[in-house]
Design a protein around this ligand. Structure first.
Ligand SMILES: NC(=O)c1ccc[n+]([C@@H]2O[C@H](COP(=O)([O-])OP(=O)(O)OC[C@H]3O[C@@H](n4cnc5c(N)ncnc54)[C@H](OP(=O)(O)O)[C@@H]3O)[C@@H](O)[C@H]2O)c1
Length: 427
């Protein structure tokens, strides 16, 4: 049952949620990453050095802020042709202007362009893919970075009728990846990078209730977020298995670590409050926590974890966080912190060894797609992600929800036309 209190097996034998042990291990992994991410990634440079990428075309979704912005800028700086797939197109144009001015002395102008994409609308995804595929050019890297975590907000649904975390974090990027297959084949060897999250460890996907409306569990944004990230890992695992080696397309999930961006800019109290809501996860422990540790003290303690620098080479790195008068730590140099969060995606997108690793996992029939941790090392996805049977259910249900036929992948790879339910009908 994802981030809420574990319920594992129903009377009909069907698994209905994570067991207590899986759930506890999940939270252990999340807390470990949160507290030790800087130490674990201390071997990495920041920003990551990238190889020259002059003949590489990359699409990056959601790059007007946060991790995506850093990914797009660094890829462009290394010479890649970057397509910023965003909903705020004017803002993206302004960013390009700013980057061109700031980097004007560093070499030729950046090769960046903007295309409109709103993941809250599957029609917008289809429009984007049609426009891109019509160019008949290659696509080497697709980075599905855009995502939402509407902390503390009530449940929302997209115009397509889907819970918004599930739509933005899983369904829409999946439709995008599928529809761009012809371009990815042209760009082969090519990669699809899904910016995932360690939070998938406490996710559970019930394919009969992807929208979280059945009432079996109380909706929270935490539940919506974790489930959508797990659904992404599960779908990617089947996709990676089904893609023939000759297609030369690899699918990876990455965890960026825990990074201070807009996605977690909501009051951190709201996150802690959800995690310890007595009606939800850790319900048994919540009263004890509340009695002995005030929430605001706990948040301050968690903020302290950010004091551990990711690479103490400069004074700024060491003192990235400073103590504010109000008794809280705040970031002094956000771009450097967010750059650190972009490293796993950039590594997955550009490191030559990644292809070998993906091929190795494929031949070994490993049940999940390659997963790169925030410290740019291969890591293991959650136990629940290893369940091939439920991953297959997620694959089938996802194709149904995004309006693609069951044989869409095979057809798209071989260059055949595929009708999507969200495609504009010819007049
Ligand atoms: N920050 C973390 O600690 C953390 C941890 C684990 C995973 N992640 C993942 O990292 C990815 C990037 O997040 P971030 O931390 O960089 O957050 P962010 O600063 O909020 O960036 C999210 C990006 O997604 C875009 N986006 C949101 N809804 C969209 C939509 N409907 N259509 C198109 N684009 C949309 C946003 O564009 P608008 O400005 O138009 O909204 C924004 O550019 C997400 O997938 C997130 O789940 C982040």
């Amino acid at each position: 049952m994802a981030a809420s209190a574990p319920v594992s097996v129903a009377s009909n034998g069907k698994k209905e949620g994570l067991g207590w042990i899986e759930w506890g291990r999940g939270w252990y992994n999340i807390v470990t990453e949160f507290l030790f991410q800087r130490i674990m990634a201390s071997h990495l440079e920041n920003p990551l050095s990238l190889p020259p990428l002059n003949d590489v075309t990359c699409i990056v979704t959601g790059c007007t802020s946060g991790i995506g912005l850093q990914i797009a800028r660094q890829l462009a700086k290394s010479g890649a042709h970057v397509v910023m797939a965003v909903r705020k197109t004017k803002m993206a144009q302004e960013l390009i202007q700013k980057w061109q001015t700031e980097d004007s002395e560093m070499g030729p102008p950046l090769n960046v362009e903007v295309m409109e994409l709103d993941l809250l609308s599957l029609k917008s995804v289809v429009r984007f893919a049609e426009a891109w595929n019509a160019r008949l050019g290659p696509l080497h890297v697709l980075i599905n970075n855009a995502g939402i975590f509407s902390i503390g907000e009530p449940q929302h649904f997209s115009e397509d009728g889907y819970e918004t975390h599930m739509q933005v974090n899983h369904l829409a990027p999946t439709l995008l990846s599928m529809l761009l297959m012809p371009s990815l084949v042209r760009g082969s060897p090519s990669r699809i990078i899904n910016v995932n999250s360690i939070m998938h460890y406490v996710g559970f996907v019930d394919t009969e209730d992807m929208n979280l409306v059945s009432g079996k569990r109380k909706y929270t944004s935490l539940l919506g977020y974790c489930n959508s990230k797990l659904a992404q890992v599960k779908f990617s695992s089947i996709l990676q298995k089904r893609l023939p080696i000759e297609a030369g397309i690899h699918v990876l999930c990455v965890s960026p670590g825990i990074v201070h961006t807009n996605v977690i800019s909501a009051d951190p109290l709201a996150i802690v409050d959800q995690a310890f809501d007595p009606t939800l996860s850790g319900g048994v422990w919540a009263p004890t926590f509340r009695r002995y540790l005030r929430l605001d003290e706990m948040v301050q303690f968690l903020d302290l974890a950010f004091l551990i620098p990711f690479r103490p080479t400069t004074r700024e790195d060491v003192w990235t966080w400073r103590w504010e008068k109000g008794g809280r730590f705040t970031a002094r140099d956000l771009p450097r912190i967010v750059q650190a969060g972009s490293r796993s995606s950039l590594f997955a997108a550009t490191d030559p060894q990644v292809s070998e690793y993906c091929e190795l996992l494929k031949t070994e029939e490993w049940p999940i797609c390659p997963y790169i941790s925030h410290d740019c090392r291969p890591t293991n996805a959650s136990e629940e992600a290893h369940n091939l049977e439920t991953s297959q259910n997620v694959w089938e249900k996802t194709l149904e929800l995004i309006g693609l036929p069951v044989d869409a992948l095979e057809k798209l790879i071989s260059g055949e036309e595929v009708q999507c339910k969200y495609q504009k009908k010819e007049a």
